[in-house]
Design a protein around this ligand. Structure first.
Ligand SMILES: Cc1cc2nc3c(=O)[nH]c(=O)nc-3n(C[C@H](O)[C@H](O)[C@H](O)COP(=O)(O)OP(=O)(O)OC[C@H]3O[C@@H](n4cnc5c(N)ncnc54)[C@H](O)[C@@H]3O)c2cc1C
Length: 479
């Protein structure tokens, strides 16, 4: 069956990959001239890469890890030491670590927390441990129920001292959804903590060895096209055309560079575009349906990704760092962490600026100046004195609407991959799956969409289910 998929982010490409495995012919139609959506990257005139986001892969990402295996590109993940490293605002230029020993979960996580005495006192650690018990004992059901509380409200409800939020969880909230603890749903934090505490390597982190566009999306495209599928760039979905019964008749693609619009037809249709453009494209008759009306409860959150090239090394740390700065979220010296960006003499810091709502409309120059002011605090040795570090060049990538903003109550608005329209499916990190808005969530959503298509009654018997029924054994355990 020919399946048209709008959007070549990880969700659309993963959906196409698993449809190929099930014997279908997917055609991916991407609006832009670059693959990857929120993992897209570009090369500048010096040959240096810059990216939409600083991306970290976790041990607790079973579907992504399986995908790397299936594409035979596992060696592209550069796994780092099992630790979490935080800057210490009260002692500029120093770091505090949560080191996970090589023992089974949850003991390794508990030891990591107990051994860190820089950030939390013993009474705070004990209070936090007790507070977490219901999530650990009752699992995902409890985690989902807590969606009615913000993380700050949940901490208060569990009698966890406010200092715990300030010391650890402002940084984690910003890293997970680019917003602060008073805004983020506690389901997001509890989901991450549960994964990290229940799986031995859940919080172990890996960097890709180059740009996600070339090193992850391209192998997906090769896999799809070598087996009869297609991926078309510069093919923006302009309108979803309907039959009289409300099912999809075709995708109208906008003609670029004064070319005429094109009607693209297939047997089935998938939207793997983010929730914000999807809301705009919903055909009028669908807007009255409760399933689609719920999408109004979801909206993308702004975020900014910066790349700063310096004339010297600022750090030798080969890992992700939680800045604990009010302006910044996580950052990394990519000249240490990523093979293709390696440079023994000069640092390239990739930094996430969040929350970004007050910054998204500002000029790149203002954003860079404010970031450098923060870096002067994080790296006082390099920015003071007679010979401060020089900024050689920068790139700023703004995403005004990135992943959906996971505020309390949002879980109920996340749609299933199967829709009430018989020949129309959804994929994307915002659709319902347990990995929230992440690369893992996007890949899993694409896989679930492919599975839903395979499972659809009139179609199922005609398909070669062999390949797709193998991976879901893992999927079923994790989804
Ligand atoms: C700064 C930043 C840092 C992040 N860090 C991490 C991290 O460390 N770890 C992690 O797991 N996740 C991280 N994420 C989240 C992760 O990138 C996303 O969850 C994931 O990539 C989303 O994939 P998707 O396919 O659902 O959506 P998208 O990547 O948004 O893909 C949607 C695609 O649809 C296309 N499209 C839109 N409109 C149309 C149209 N009309 N016609 C055709 N195509 C269209 C878009 O161009 C895009 O290519 C980060 C995100 C950002 C922005």
């Amino acid at each position: 069956m020919r399946v048209a998929i709008a959007g070549a982010g990880l969700a659309g490409l993963s959906c196409a990959k698993y449809l190929i495995d099930a014997g279908h012919t997917p055609i991916v139609l991407e609006r832009r001239d670059v693959l990857g959506g929120k993992v897209a990257a570009w090369k500048d005139s010096d040959g240096d890469w810059y990216e939409t986001g600083l991306h970290i892969f976790f041990g607790a990402y079973p579907n992504i890890l399986q995908l790397f295996k299936e594409l035979d590109i596992e060696d592209r993940l550069q796994w780092k030491e099992h630790t979490m490293i935080f800057n210490q605002p009260n002692a500029p230029g120093t770091y505090s670590r949560f080191d996970f020993p090589d023992i089974p979960a949850p003991l390794n996580g508990i030891v990591a927390i107990l051994r860190n005495n820089d950030m939390l006192t013993w009474p705070e650690k004990i209070r936090f441990g007790i507070g977490l018990l219901p999530a650990m004992i009752q699992g995902q059901k409890y985690v989902e129920e807590m969606d009615k509380y913000s993380w700050r409200e949940w901490l208060k409800k569990q009698n966890i001292p406010p200092r715990v939020e300030k010391e650890v969880f402002i940084a984690m909230s910003k890293a997970l959804n680019f917003i602060n603890p008073e805004e983020i749903s506690s389901t997001v934090l509890l989901t991450a903590l549960n994964r990290f505490l229940q799986e031995k390597n859940g919080s172990k982190m890996a960097f890709l060895d180059g740009s996600p566009t070339e090193r992850l999306c391209q192998p997906l495209v090769d896999y799809i096209t070598e087996r009869g599928g297609e991926v078309r760039l510069n093919a923006p979905l302009k309108e979803i055309l309907l039959n009289p019964d409300g099912t999809v008749k075709g995708f109208l693609l906008r003609g670029l560079n004064s070319a005429a619009d094109e009607v693209f037809t297939a047997d089935l249709y998938v939207s793997a575009i983010p929730v914000d453009p999807l809301k705009v494209l919903l055909p009028q008759p669908w807007q009255q349906m409760e399933f689609f009306q719920k999408l109004e409860g979801l909206a993308g959150v702004p975020v900014i990704n910066l790349h700063l090239w310096f004339d010297r090394k600022l750090t030798q740390i080969d890992h992700l760092l939680f800045s604990r700065s009010p302006l910044l979220s996580v950052y990394a010296d990519m000249s240490n962490t990523c093979r293709e960006y390696a440079n023994p003499d000069r640092s390239m810091l990739e930094l996430v600026l969040a929350p970004a709502k007050d910054w998204i409309a500002k000029s790149d120059e203002e954003i860079v100046a404010a970031t450098i002011a923060e870096l002067e605090k994080l790296f006082p040795d390099h920015f003071g004195g007679d010979n401060p570090a020089k900024l050689l060049k920068y790139h700023v990538v703004k995403t005004p609407r990135s992943v959906y903003k996971a505020t309390p109550g949002c879980q109920q608005y996340r749609p299933s991959q199967k829709t009430p329209i018989a020949n129309f499916y959804l994929a994307g990190d915002f659709t319902m799956q347990r990995y929230l808005a992440s690369m893992e969530g996007a890949v899993l959503s694409g896989k679930l969409t492919a599975q839903a298509i395979v499972d659809a009654p009139p179609v199922a018997n005609a398909l070669n289910l062999q390949t797709l029924t193998r991976p879901p054994a893992t999927n079923a355990a994790t989804a």
